[in-house]
Design a protein around this ligand. Structure first.
Ligand SMILES: [Zn+2]
Length: 380
Protein backbone atom coordinates (compact mmCIF):
# COMPACT_ATOMS: atom_id res chain seq x y z
CA UNK A 1 0.00 0.00 0.00
CA UNK A 2 1.36 3.41 -0.99
CA UNK A 3 1.29 6.18 1.64
CA UNK A 4 -1.20 8.96 1.19
CA UNK A 5 0.16 12.25 -0.16
CA UNK A 6 -1.71 15.51 -0.51
CA UNK A 7 -0.16 16.34 -3.87
CA UNK A 8 2.30 15.31 -6.56
CA UNK A 9 4.70 17.80 -4.97
CA UNK A 10 4.70 16.14 -1.53
CA UNK A 11 4.92 12.70 -3.16
CA UNK A 12 7.92 13.88 -5.21
CA UNK A 13 9.71 15.23 -2.13
CA UNK A 14 8.97 12.03 -0.18
CA UNK A 15 10.28 9.86 -3.05
CA UNK A 16 13.51 11.88 -3.26
CA UNK A 17 14.02 11.68 0.50
CA UNK A 18 13.70 7.91 0.20
CA UNK A 19 15.73 7.30 -2.96
CA UNK A 20 18.17 10.26 -2.95
CA UNK A 21 18.08 10.68 -6.75
CA UNK A 22 15.59 9.69 -9.42
CA UNK A 23 14.81 10.44 -13.06
CA UNK A 24 11.52 12.12 -13.91
CA UNK A 25 10.14 8.87 -15.34
CA UNK A 26 11.14 7.00 -12.16
CA UNK A 27 9.41 9.71 -10.12
CA UNK A 28 6.24 9.30 -12.17
CA UNK A 29 6.33 5.55 -11.66
CA UNK A 30 6.95 5.72 -7.89
CA UNK A 31 4.49 8.51 -7.10
CA UNK A 32 1.77 7.41 -9.49
CA UNK A 33 1.56 11.00 -10.83
CA UNK A 34 1.41 11.69 -14.57
CA UNK A 35 4.60 12.53 -16.49
CA UNK A 36 3.22 16.02 -17.20
CA UNK A 37 2.53 16.59 -13.52
CA UNK A 38 6.06 15.48 -12.52
CA UNK A 39 7.56 17.77 -15.18
CA UNK A 40 5.60 20.74 -13.82
CA UNK A 41 6.31 19.97 -10.15
CA UNK A 42 10.02 19.38 -10.71
CA UNK A 43 10.32 22.61 -12.71
CA UNK A 44 8.76 24.57 -9.83
CA UNK A 45 11.00 22.92 -7.25
CA UNK A 46 14.09 23.51 -9.41
CA UNK A 47 13.18 27.21 -9.62
CA UNK A 48 12.75 27.31 -5.81
CA UNK A 49 16.22 25.78 -5.43
CA UNK A 50 14.92 22.76 -3.51
CA UNK A 51 15.93 20.36 -6.30
CA UNK A 52 19.04 20.14 -8.46
CA UNK A 53 19.62 18.24 -11.66
CA UNK A 54 22.35 15.65 -11.66
CA UNK A 55 23.61 14.53 -15.09
CA UNK A 56 24.21 10.78 -15.32
CA UNK A 57 27.28 9.93 -17.40
CA UNK A 58 25.85 7.03 -19.43
CA UNK A 59 23.80 7.85 -22.51
CA UNK A 60 20.15 6.99 -22.77
CA UNK A 61 19.75 4.24 -25.37
CA UNK A 62 18.81 5.51 -28.81
CA UNK A 63 18.57 9.17 -27.81
CA UNK A 64 22.22 10.09 -27.60
CA UNK A 65 21.81 12.58 -24.76
CA UNK A 66 22.74 12.31 -21.10
CA UNK A 67 20.10 11.14 -18.65
CA UNK A 68 19.32 13.52 -15.80
CA UNK A 69 18.44 12.66 -12.25
CA UNK A 70 16.79 14.96 -9.72
CA UNK A 71 17.84 15.17 -6.09
CA UNK A 72 17.17 17.41 -3.11
CA UNK A 73 19.62 20.28 -2.72
CA UNK A 74 21.10 19.59 0.72
CA UNK A 75 22.16 23.23 1.16
CA UNK A 76 18.69 24.58 0.31
CA UNK A 77 17.67 24.70 3.97
CA UNK A 78 19.22 24.15 7.38
CA UNK A 79 17.69 23.04 10.65
CA UNK A 80 18.59 23.29 14.31
CA UNK A 81 18.21 20.24 16.53
CA UNK A 82 18.22 20.43 20.34
CA UNK A 83 17.95 17.45 22.67
CA UNK A 84 17.04 18.44 26.22
CA UNK A 85 17.78 16.02 29.04
CA UNK A 86 18.84 16.21 32.67
CA UNK A 87 22.47 15.47 31.86
CA UNK A 88 23.16 17.46 28.69
CA UNK A 89 21.56 19.59 26.01
CA UNK A 90 23.46 19.07 22.77
CA UNK A 91 22.56 21.40 19.89
CA UNK A 92 23.37 20.75 16.20
CA UNK A 93 22.75 22.27 12.79
CA UNK A 94 21.95 19.95 9.87
CA UNK A 95 21.35 20.38 6.18
CA UNK A 96 18.31 19.09 4.32
CA UNK A 97 19.81 15.58 4.09
CA UNK A 98 20.45 15.30 7.82
CA UNK A 99 24.22 15.86 7.74
CA UNK A 100 25.48 17.52 10.93
CA UNK A 101 27.51 20.63 10.02
CA UNK A 102 28.35 21.82 13.53
CA UNK A 103 27.50 21.04 17.12
CA UNK A 104 27.47 23.05 20.31
CA UNK A 105 26.91 21.78 23.85
CA UNK A 106 24.53 23.90 25.92
CA UNK A 107 25.52 23.94 29.60
CA UNK A 108 23.20 22.40 32.19
CA UNK A 109 20.59 24.88 33.47
CA UNK A 110 18.22 24.59 36.40
CA UNK A 111 15.19 26.31 34.90
CA UNK A 112 13.60 26.48 31.43
CA UNK A 113 14.22 30.27 31.33
CA UNK A 114 17.94 29.83 32.01
CA UNK A 115 18.15 27.03 29.46
CA UNK A 116 16.48 29.13 26.75
CA UNK A 117 18.92 31.99 27.47
CA UNK A 118 21.85 29.56 27.13
CA UNK A 119 20.44 28.21 23.84
CA UNK A 120 20.09 31.79 22.55
CA UNK A 121 23.77 32.46 23.36
CA UNK A 122 24.90 29.21 21.68
CA UNK A 123 22.97 29.79 18.44
CA UNK A 124 25.29 32.37 16.78
CA UNK A 125 28.32 30.23 17.66
CA UNK A 126 26.69 27.24 15.98
CA UNK A 127 25.92 29.29 12.84
CA UNK A 128 29.46 30.66 12.73
CA UNK A 129 31.02 27.18 13.09
CA UNK A 130 28.80 25.81 10.31
CA UNK A 131 29.30 28.83 8.05
CA UNK A 132 25.54 29.08 7.55
CA UNK A 133 23.72 32.43 7.32
CA UNK A 134 20.83 32.85 9.74
CA UNK A 135 18.43 33.48 6.84
CA UNK A 136 18.88 29.91 5.55
CA UNK A 137 17.76 28.23 8.76
CA UNK A 138 14.13 27.14 8.42
CA UNK A 139 13.27 25.77 11.82
CA UNK A 140 14.26 24.22 15.10
CA UNK A 141 13.30 20.74 16.31
CA UNK A 142 13.49 19.94 20.00
CA UNK A 143 13.29 16.71 21.95
CA UNK A 144 12.49 16.55 25.63
CA UNK A 145 12.84 13.48 27.83
CA UNK A 146 9.27 13.46 29.11
CA UNK A 147 5.59 13.65 28.17
CA UNK A 148 5.14 16.10 25.31
CA UNK A 149 2.04 17.56 23.68
CA UNK A 150 3.53 18.01 20.23
CA UNK A 151 0.40 19.74 18.82
CA UNK A 152 0.66 22.53 21.42
CA UNK A 153 4.47 22.41 21.68
CA UNK A 154 4.32 21.90 25.44
CA UNK A 155 6.26 19.56 27.72
CA UNK A 156 3.47 18.35 30.00
CA UNK A 157 5.75 16.60 32.45
CA UNK A 158 9.35 15.61 32.73
CA UNK A 159 10.42 13.78 35.87
CA UNK A 160 14.04 13.98 34.74
CA UNK A 161 13.96 17.79 34.35
CA UNK A 162 11.32 18.49 37.00
CA UNK A 163 9.26 20.38 34.40
CA UNK A 164 5.50 20.76 34.25
CA UNK A 165 3.60 22.44 31.40
CA UNK A 166 6.60 24.20 29.89
CA UNK A 167 5.76 25.84 26.50
CA UNK A 168 9.02 24.66 24.94
CA UNK A 169 8.26 25.48 21.28
CA UNK A 170 7.12 29.01 22.10
CA UNK A 171 10.09 29.79 24.37
CA UNK A 172 12.81 28.45 22.05
CA UNK A 173 11.06 29.57 18.84
CA UNK A 174 10.89 33.15 20.14
CA UNK A 175 14.48 33.09 21.38
CA UNK A 176 15.87 31.90 18.02
CA UNK A 177 13.20 33.66 15.90
CA UNK A 178 12.43 30.37 14.15
CA UNK A 179 9.44 28.06 13.71
CA UNK A 180 9.84 25.47 16.46
CA UNK A 181 8.49 21.98 17.10
CA UNK A 182 8.93 19.69 20.08
CA UNK A 183 8.38 15.98 20.54
CA UNK A 184 9.52 13.20 22.83
CA UNK A 185 12.79 11.35 22.18
CA UNK A 186 11.24 8.16 20.80
CA UNK A 187 9.03 9.90 18.21
CA UNK A 188 11.91 12.11 17.08
CA UNK A 189 14.16 9.09 16.66
CA UNK A 190 11.52 7.38 14.51
CA UNK A 191 11.17 10.50 12.32
CA UNK A 192 14.98 10.65 12.03
CA UNK A 193 15.11 6.98 11.02
CA UNK A 194 12.41 7.56 8.41
CA UNK A 195 13.96 10.63 6.80
CA UNK A 196 17.68 10.36 7.38
CA UNK A 197 18.32 6.85 8.66
CA UNK A 198 17.72 3.14 8.30
CA UNK A 199 13.95 3.29 7.72
CA UNK A 200 13.89 5.28 4.46
CA UNK A 201 12.50 2.26 2.61
CA UNK A 202 10.04 1.17 5.31
CA UNK A 203 6.39 2.20 5.47
CA UNK A 204 5.63 0.11 8.57
CA UNK A 205 8.29 -0.10 11.24
CA UNK A 206 8.91 0.15 14.96
CA UNK A 207 11.75 2.13 16.50
CA UNK A 208 12.89 1.21 20.00
CA UNK A 209 15.28 3.46 21.89
CA UNK A 210 17.30 1.83 24.65
CA UNK A 211 18.32 4.52 27.11
CA UNK A 212 17.94 5.14 30.82
CA UNK A 213 14.34 4.13 30.09
CA UNK A 214 12.87 2.45 27.02
CA UNK A 215 10.90 4.32 24.39
CA UNK A 216 9.19 3.19 21.21
CA UNK A 217 7.45 4.73 18.23
CA UNK A 218 5.66 3.29 15.23
CA UNK A 219 5.33 4.23 11.59
CA UNK A 220 2.22 2.92 9.88
CA UNK A 221 1.62 3.38 6.15
CA UNK A 222 4.49 5.88 6.10
CA UNK A 223 3.06 8.05 8.90
CA UNK A 224 4.10 8.36 12.55
CA UNK A 225 1.32 6.79 14.62
CA UNK A 226 0.62 8.85 17.74
CA UNK A 227 -2.53 7.15 19.00
CA UNK A 228 -5.75 8.77 20.24
CA UNK A 229 -4.09 11.52 22.32
CA UNK A 230 -0.36 11.19 21.67
CA UNK A 231 0.36 8.34 24.07
CA UNK A 232 1.25 5.59 21.57
CA UNK A 233 4.54 3.84 22.19
CA UNK A 234 4.70 3.81 26.01
CA UNK A 235 6.38 0.40 25.92
CA UNK A 236 8.46 1.15 29.02
CA UNK A 237 5.38 0.89 31.25
CA UNK A 238 4.09 -2.46 30.01
CA UNK A 239 3.80 -4.69 33.09
CA UNK A 240 6.29 -7.56 32.95
CA UNK A 241 6.24 -8.64 36.59
CA UNK A 242 3.23 -7.50 38.70
CA UNK A 243 5.21 -8.31 41.86
CA UNK A 244 8.32 -6.52 40.62
CA UNK A 245 10.04 -3.32 41.70
CA UNK A 246 8.09 -0.06 42.02
CA UNK A 247 8.22 2.04 38.85
CA UNK A 248 8.26 5.85 38.85
CA UNK A 249 4.74 5.64 37.30
CA UNK A 250 3.50 4.21 40.63
CA UNK A 251 2.94 0.66 39.40
CA UNK A 252 5.10 -2.42 39.80
CA UNK A 253 7.31 -4.41 37.47
CA UNK A 254 7.15 -2.21 34.37
CA UNK A 255 9.59 -3.01 31.55
CA UNK A 256 11.64 0.07 32.51
CA UNK A 257 12.27 -1.39 35.99
CA UNK A 258 13.81 -4.52 34.48
CA UNK A 259 15.42 -3.49 31.17
CA UNK A 260 15.92 0.29 31.39
CA UNK A 261 19.55 1.38 31.60
CA UNK A 262 18.89 3.27 34.84
CA UNK A 263 17.32 0.22 36.53
CA UNK A 264 20.11 -2.07 35.31
CA UNK A 265 22.78 0.25 36.70
CA UNK A 266 20.98 0.31 40.06
CA UNK A 267 20.56 -3.49 40.06
CA UNK A 268 24.24 -3.96 39.21
CA UNK A 269 25.21 -1.67 42.08
CA UNK A 270 22.96 -3.65 44.46
CA UNK A 271 24.90 -6.78 43.40
CA UNK A 272 28.19 -5.03 44.22
CA UNK A 273 29.13 -4.51 40.56
CA UNK A 274 30.62 -1.08 39.81
CA UNK A 275 29.47 -0.22 36.29
CA UNK A 276 29.37 3.15 34.56
CA UNK A 277 27.57 1.79 31.50
CA UNK A 278 26.21 -1.39 30.02
CA UNK A 279 29.54 -2.13 28.33
CA UNK A 280 30.98 -2.75 31.80
CA UNK A 281 28.08 -5.00 32.79
CA UNK A 282 28.45 -7.04 29.57
CA UNK A 283 32.16 -7.33 30.33
CA UNK A 284 31.40 -8.72 33.82
CA UNK A 285 29.11 -11.30 32.14
CA UNK A 286 31.85 -12.29 29.67
CA UNK A 287 34.20 -12.80 32.62
CA UNK A 288 31.72 -15.27 34.12
CA UNK A 289 29.97 -13.10 36.71
CA UNK A 290 26.62 -14.83 37.19
CA UNK A 291 24.81 -11.75 38.57
CA UNK A 292 25.76 -9.70 35.50
CA UNK A 293 24.71 -12.49 33.14
CA UNK A 294 21.39 -12.96 34.99
CA UNK A 295 20.54 -9.24 34.97
CA UNK A 296 21.30 -8.91 31.25
CA UNK A 297 19.48 -12.11 30.31
CA UNK A 298 16.39 -11.17 32.36
CA UNK A 299 16.37 -7.66 30.89
CA UNK A 300 16.75 -8.91 27.31
CA UNK A 301 14.02 -11.50 27.81
CA UNK A 302 11.65 -8.87 29.24
CA UNK A 303 12.27 -6.52 26.33
CA UNK A 304 12.00 -9.33 23.78
CA UNK A 305 8.71 -10.43 25.25
CA UNK A 306 7.24 -6.90 25.06
CA UNK A 307 8.49 -6.48 21.48
CA UNK A 308 6.97 -9.83 20.48
CA UNK A 309 3.55 -8.46 21.51
CA UNK A 310 4.16 -5.46 19.26
CA UNK A 311 5.03 -7.71 16.33
CA UNK A 312 1.76 -9.61 16.76
CA UNK A 313 -0.28 -6.42 17.12
CA UNK A 314 1.31 -4.21 14.44
CA UNK A 315 3.11 -6.58 12.05
CA UNK A 316 6.01 -4.18 11.37
CA UNK A 317 8.41 -4.84 8.53
CA UNK A 318 11.36 -4.00 10.76
CA UNK A 319 12.24 -3.35 14.41
CA UNK A 320 15.05 -0.79 14.67
CA UNK A 321 16.75 -0.84 18.06
CA UNK A 322 18.92 2.15 18.90
CA UNK A 323 21.31 1.37 21.72
CA UNK A 324 22.23 4.47 23.72
CA UNK A 325 23.49 2.44 26.68
CA UNK A 326 26.41 0.61 25.05
CA UNK A 327 25.18 -3.00 25.33
CA UNK A 328 26.88 -3.77 21.99
CA UNK A 329 26.65 -7.38 20.77
CA UNK A 330 26.48 -9.26 24.04
CA UNK A 331 24.18 -11.13 26.39
CA UNK A 332 21.43 -8.48 26.36
CA UNK A 333 20.99 -8.23 22.59
CA UNK A 334 21.20 -12.01 22.18
CA UNK A 335 18.53 -12.57 24.85
CA UNK A 336 16.31 -9.90 23.28
CA UNK A 337 16.59 -11.35 19.79
CA UNK A 338 16.13 -14.96 20.93
CA UNK A 339 13.06 -14.10 23.01
CA UNK A 340 11.45 -12.27 20.09
CA UNK A 341 12.18 -15.14 17.71
CA UNK A 342 10.92 -17.75 20.19
CA UNK A 343 7.75 -15.79 21.01
CA UNK A 344 6.38 -14.81 17.62
CA UNK A 345 4.41 -16.96 15.21
CA UNK A 346 6.50 -18.67 12.53
CA UNK A 347 4.73 -16.58 9.88
CA UNK A 348 6.41 -13.44 11.30
CA UNK A 349 9.89 -14.94 11.56
CA UNK A 350 10.88 -14.50 7.92
CA UNK A 351 9.12 -11.18 7.44
CA UNK A 352 10.23 -9.22 10.53
CA UNK A 353 13.71 -7.79 10.39
CA UNK A 354 15.40 -7.09 13.74
CA UNK A 355 18.24 -4.58 13.61
CA UNK A 356 20.37 -3.22 16.45
CA UNK A 357 22.68 -0.25 16.14
CA UNK A 358 24.75 1.89 18.47
CA UNK A 359 23.64 5.51 18.74
CA UNK A 360 26.20 7.73 17.04
CA UNK A 361 27.34 11.01 18.61
CA UNK A 362 24.80 13.70 17.84
CA UNK A 363 22.13 11.11 17.17
CA UNK A 364 19.40 12.62 19.37
CA UNK A 365 19.78 16.31 18.37
CA UNK A 366 20.00 15.18 14.73
CA UNK A 367 16.71 13.33 15.24
CA UNK A 368 15.31 16.54 16.75
CA UNK A 369 16.40 18.48 13.64
CA UNK A 370 14.61 15.89 11.48
CA UNK A 371 11.29 16.96 13.04
CA UNK A 372 11.88 20.51 11.78
CA UNK A 373 13.00 19.21 8.36
CA UNK A 374 9.87 17.07 8.13
CA UNK A 375 7.58 19.97 9.08
CA UNK A 376 9.32 22.28 6.63
CA UNK A 377 9.19 19.83 3.72
CA UNK A 378 5.56 18.91 4.30
CA UNK A 379 4.57 22.58 4.43
CA UNK A 380 5.91 23.34 0.94
ZN1 LIG B 1 5.91 2.24 34.93
Amino acid sequence: MKPYFRSAKSATIAALLQHEQLSRSELAEITGASAASITEVSQNLLEQGLLVEQPIPQLVKGRGRPSVHLRLQASHAYFIGISISETATPMVITDLQGHILARQPVPFCKTPVELVAAIRRSYPILLRDAGVPRSRVRGVGITVAGIVDSDLGVCRYSAALNWRDVPVSELIGKALKLPAWVDNDANAVAVGEKFFGRARDSLNFTSIVLGRTIGSAHYMHGMLYRGHDGGAGEIGHITIDPKGALCRCGRNGCLDTIAGGGALRAAAKACGLAVSGMRDLEEFAVQGNTDAARLLRTAGAALGSAVAYLVHINNPQCIFFTDMEGFENGVFRTATRQTIENSILPRFLGSTEILFSDAEPGFLPRSAASIAAFEYLTSL
